[in-house]
Structure formats: structure tokens, C-alpha cells
Ligand binder design. Structure first.
Ligand SMILES: Cc1cc2nc3c(=O)[nH]c(=O)nc-3n(C[C@H](O)[C@H](O)[C@H](O)COP(=O)(O)OP(=O)(O)OC[C@H]3O[C@@H](n4cnc5c(N)ncnc54)[C@H](O)[C@@H]3O)c2cc1C
Length: 434
């Protein structure tokens, strides 16, 4: 074998995983289809939560921080209700961050190869033994961090149980522009998220401050005849904000529950390649880094147990990820599916009536649990407004969130229990009424 580990994709997930493995003395190749200077060049809101970074053990280099974030404002469609949620984070220079993380991986001992496009995995005798591109390179384990459009997972054997595609209904298409000296200026230190099911169905419009730059964009869930996010962004900005547009691009992001498994014989998946994104916010940098940490730990452990690790040796990655993030992600996927079906009227009502409040939203963001506030006076008001059916729907959703989290809390400790667990999880999600 040429390497202990080949990490495919050198963006935020891949570079973090490569650094962790190389610093433990493993022979690591980190490769990317892009040149090093463009690794971080990606359509993104550029926002990262501090808690996620801490959990992943990543320190941002100070020169890539554009703004310190103190919280977020969530605005109702009619603009009449705004929740201010406290929570620290940063907006960053993504291109600078991309190169800095690759530098860190190289300093830890990983070899970096730019401009190498992986076309497919090399599969032999029931295991992945390398990758094919302009050349063939082999390794004891392949760590796929090549994002949502990965070329690796689609050809893996079905019996490993790794999902091959993210369905459109479980993905968001998003577009963002970066504006210099935008007028009117947005408040520094706070992310601004606006819900409007007409402009950004199943998503939201965002305005994120980045020093003298502003990151403005929107996402739409890819259900039915969804609007083109580029046109929707440009139309929404027109007449509201002005400034010099310095960048504009779009991409898709998976917004679903965790993949049922992220390991095969000789391969693990992390970051967008494994759909580790927060289903409600669409934020995937921090959770991708977290998955990189857990994947790297499991791979290091597996390499010390077996010359050529298989599903059984690598399984612990699934177990740790599900416990630390997957349970929350599963609950949030139920919440997302409920939210995308709401009308603007429903959201205006939910936010103004107090059914949803800052506390509910903060708890959902931190733990994934959704505790709908059904105090006596709120119930009386809903009945008075002749919307009692909303009570039933909310109760059902909160209970479904809990069931989803219970299912993922009972994730099997080995591959032996996988298929029966998978049947239960798939059937629960297939039968959700939303
Ligand atoms: C418009 C938009 C806004 C977003 N805003 C935010 C935000 O504000 N905060 C947040 O946390 N998340 C945000 N996200 C999500 C976030 O961008 C992703 O979750 C995150 O970038 C995933 O990182 P990754 O390293 O797993 O994958 P990617 O960033 O997709 O990196 C994959 C890497 O693999 C390389 N690669 C791909 N295919 C191959 C191949 N065949 N061979 C070799 N190399 C390959 C690519 O060149 C790339 O460098 C946003 C997403 C979008 C689309």
C-alpha cells in the first residue's frame, strides 16, 4: 500500500481529518481536485459556531476571522416578530481558512497533492484499496471528504448499507453574493435570518456581516418546481440593498438525518460526503469538522487493530458520531420536515403567539429537542383563534422528534445489529406525515 490513509477532499472536513491522522504518525495523503489556493473557494454563508469548533478541537487562525458573532436574529415573514438568539461564533475568509487548514495538515506531516481529481474508488476482494484518477494510488483506509457530489460512495457494494444518493427533497439549493460596503449596512456581530416561504421555500434568506463585506443569500428546498436560488437572491436584493458585488456563486447542501452508516471495508465518509450538515440551519462546516475528528480517531484505532481494517474495526466511528451529533441531527430532520410545510401565515402566527420563542429555538439548536410552548394561555389563545388543529400537529411533531432521537440513541454497537435497526429507522421516517 502507498499510504496508511488517503483523504479525498482537502476542504474543512478533509484537512482537519488529515491533520489529526498525520499528527499521530500515520502516512497520510491529502488530495484535492482544486489547486491549494482555491480550496476554500466555495459558496457559503461563511459562518461557524464557536461551540462546534471547540468540540472538533479546531482553533481558527486569527487572520481568517472577518467578524466575531454574538448571536442571530430570526425574523418572521411579515417582519413583525424578531427573536434574538445568543450564541458565539465567527464569519470567516473561506479562501484563507482553506489554505490555512491545508498548511496545518502539511505541517503535521500529511503529503498534499493538488489538482488530483478522483474518478472512482478501486475496489478489490470486497474492500476499497485506493482511488483512481490520472493515476492509481492505494491505502489501507480511504477517508472520503469530497463533499456532496462525491464520486466514491455511488459505487460501493450495497451490502455495506451506505446510502448512495441524497434525494432532492432532502437537499437545499443555495446562492450567495458577497457585497462590499453594502447600504443600508446590517448590524455588526449578528447573523440575520429571514423566513419567507414565497421567496425561499423550505429555507431562509440570510444577511451575515463580514467586516466591510456582507454575505447575502438564500436557500430553497429542492422539492417540486423550486425557484432558482440565484434569480431569487438577485430579485430579493433589488431595491433593498446596494453595494459592489465582489463574488457570487451557488451550490447544493444535504439537509437530512445522518446516513445510516458511514463506514465500509477500507473506507469512511465524513462531512458533506456523509450528509453531516445541520438539517435546519444548513450549517455543515462545524459538524463536518466534528465528523472528521471522530472519523480520524476511529481510523487511527482501527489501523492499530488490523492491517486492513474493515467494517467491524471502523464501526466505532458510526457509534461515536450518532451519540455525539447524529441523535440531534435526526431530531432536527423531523423538525425541518415539519417547518418546510408551514405557510408564511403559520410562521407569523407561531412566532407572534409565543408557541415558538427564543427558548424553544435555542434548545432545538443546542440539543435537537423541540419543546413546543403550550402554556395554558397559549392554548386558550389558539382555541380562541379557531386554530385547534395546529395544537394536534405541534404535539405530534414534538413527539416524532423525540421518537427519532430515541431511535438514533439506540444505534447498534456493531454491524450485527445494523439491518434490523436500519429497517426501523427507515420505516419511521418513511411514515412521517410531513
Ligand atoms: C450557499 C451555501 C451556504 C452555506 N453556508 C454555510 C454557513 O454559513 N456555515 C456552515 O457551517 N455551513 C454552510 N454551508 C454548508 C457548508 O458549506 C458545507 O457543509 C461544508 O463546506 C462542507 O465541507 P466539506 O469539507 O465536507 O465539503 P466541501 O467543502 O464540499 O469540500 C469538498 C472538497 O473535495 C474536493 N473534491 C470534490 N470532488 C473531488 C474529487 N472527485 N476528487 C478530488 N477532490 C474532490 C473539492 O474540491 C473540495 O475541496 C453552506 C452551503 C452552501 C451551499
Amino acid at each position: 500500500m502507498d499510504y496508511d490513509v488517503i483523504v479525498v477532499g482537502a476542504a474543512t472536513t478533509g484537512a482537519v481529518a488529515a491533520k489529526k491522522l498525520a499528527s499521530q504518525g500515520f502516512k497520510v495523503l491529502l488530495l484535492d481536485a482544486k489547486p491549494k489556493s482555491r480550496i476554500g473557494d466555495k459558496a457559503c454563508g461563511d459562518a461557524i459556531g464557536e461551540e462546534d469548533l471547540k468540540k472538533a478541537g479546531v482553533t481558527l487562525p486569527s487572520n481568517v476571522i472577518r467578524e466575531r458573532i454574538l448571536g442571530a436574529d430570526l425574523i418572521s415573514p411579515d417582519g413583525k416578530t424578531a427573536f434574538r438568539i445568543q450564541g458565539y461564533g465567527y464569519t470567516v475568509d473561506r479562501v484563507g481558512l482553506g489554505s490555512a487548514l491545508v498548511d496545518e495538515a502539511e505541517s503535521a506531516g500529511a503529503k498534499f497533492m493538488e489538482n488530483f481529481h478522483v474518478d472512482a474508488p478501486i475496489i478489490r476482494d470486497g474492500r476499497v484499496i485506493g482511488v483512481k484518477g490520472s493515476d492509481e494510488i492505494t491505502a489501507r483506509v480511504i477517508l472520503d471528504a469530497s463533499g456532496n457530489k462525491t464520486r466514491l460512495r455511488g459505487t460501493l457494494p450495497d451490502e455495506w448499507g451506505i446510502e448512495k444518493v441524497v434525494e432532492k427533497k432532502d437537499a437545499v439549493a443555495a446562492y450567495r453574493i458577497i457585497m462590499e460596503d453594502m447600504k443600508p449596512a446590517i448590524e455588526h456581530g449578528y447573523l440575520r435570518l429571514i423566513f419567507d416561504q414565497n421567496t425561499s421555500p423550505g429555507g431562509y434568506i440570510w444577511l451575515f456581516p463580514e467586516g466591510n463585506l456582507s454575505n447575502v443569500g438564500l436557500g430553497v428546498t429542492m422539492i417540486g418546481k423550486y425557484p432558482n436560488p440565484k434569480i431569487a437572491t438577485e430579485n430579493w436584493i433589488k431595491g433593498k440593498y446596494e453595494g459592489k458585488i465582489v463574488a457570487g456563486s451557488g451550490d447544493t447542501v444535504p439537509t437530512r438525518r445522518p446516513f445510516a452508516t458511514m463506514v465500509g471495508n477500507g473506507i469512511v465518509l465524513a462531512g458533506d460526503a456523509a450528509a453531516t450538515v445541520n438539517p435546519v440551519t444548513g450549517g455543515g462546516i462545524g459538524s463536518g469538522m466534528l465528523s472528521a475528528k471522530f472519523a480520524a480517531e476511529a481510523v487511527a484505532n482501527a489501523l492499530s487493530q488490523a492491517d486492513l481494517p474493515g467494517i467491524n474495526e471502523l464501526w466505532n466511528y458510526n457509534v461515536t458520531y450518532m451519540k455525539e451529533y447524529g441523535v440531534k441531527q435526526a431530531g432536527l430532520d423531523v423538525f425541518r420536515r415539519f417547518l418546510i410545510k408551514l405557510s408564511n401565515d403559520d410562521i407569523n402566527f407561531g412566532m407572534s403567539s409565543g408557541i415558538m420563542d427564543e427558548k424553544t429555538v435555542t434548545q432545538a439548536a443546542v440539543t435537537g429537542e423541540v419543546n413546543i410552548n403550550l402554556r395554558k394561555e397559549v392554548e386558550i389563545m389558539i382555541r380562541g383563534l379557531k386554530r385547534p388543529s395546529i395544537l394536534l400537529k405541534l404535539r405530534q411533531m414534538a413527539s416524532d422528534v423525540k421518537t427519532a432521537m430515541d431511535i438514533y440513541s439506540a444505534y447498534p454497537s456493531s454491524f450485527d445489529g445494523f439491518w434490523s435497526w436500519r429497517k426501523r429507522a427507515d420505516s419511521f421516517f418513511a411514515n412521517l406525515p410531513y
